[in-house]
Design a protein around this ligand. Sequence first.
Ligand SMILES: [Zn+2]
Ligand SMILES: [Zn+2]
Length: 322
Amino acid sequence: MSIDIDDDESSDILVRFPAAVRFIDNGLHPQHESGKSGKSEKSETREDGTTATSTSSPKNGVYVHCAMGKSRSVSCVIAYLLYKYPHRFGGKQFIESPASTQQRRITAKEAVNSALQSVRETRPGAEPNSGFMRQLELWWEMGCPADDDGAVERHPIYQKWLYDGMLQEARDMRMAPDAEQIRFEDEVRAEEKEQDDKTVTQNDAKEVRCKKCRRTLATPNFLVSHTPTGQAASSGCAHIFIDTLSWMRPVLEDGALDGRLVCPNSKCGATVGRFAWQGLQCTCKEWVVPAFSLNRSRVDEVSSRPVGSSAIRMPPGRNGSL
Ligand SMILES: [Zn+2]
Ligand SMILES: [Zn+2]
């Protein structure tokens, strides 16, 4: 098997991992090759079956190489270790929720570093470039999906990573992204939810509404955390950062680098915040890039009920008038 890729931080090695790890696995454990089913039960049998397999068939081996045996080949070997022996590196901890993103990143870093350490025991010079290290973390965050060659390509985390790369390129050129390429998070997640329904709402999460007309501007799942503790905003912050949402479409499709965010209720039209593709600095000094910010003084934060409880929906315009 040959993977044609440069040892460059921006090279996409991630999308090749499913094919690479299955190739390695088939070479080491040819008897397990066909009829594989569910991944989670596989990882258990894989973990237990290891010693048995390697002692019973010592001749099996896969030679993984690149030019220096330092970055590209090591990345593939680490990808394989994470896929094959997840329990050695902390186990799969993938939870889809904005609040858990930071924690997930930390555990992914630890898992990848500890897999790298185990490679270094036999190959001290192992050192994937920083872009590959980040891609390995994403691989872990996704739960090492390798059921088929396109398993990474279809994954929401991969799609988001590609999108962030595109935004980065636009920022480097000091340009707004192409209108057709802008990803409106509420639309993307509605699509994803059709395939996989797992809405997570924190009990104490607040929904953000226009102060003037009470139109909902962002539900808790679309708040972007920016403080080191992972909160959407500390109480002292003047900004509440949110995802790119479809109500911003008219202003974003104009192609401006930054501008005002106006309440989408056409009868209201109040200025509720600002956006800046290059990012904004909050009053707490944290930078958020790109930034879609609601001005705390222009909005109300209202406790929203967890999904599944029987919330009574009032007709538009009637909320709070009782
Ligand atoms: Zn309004
Ligand atoms: Zn802040």
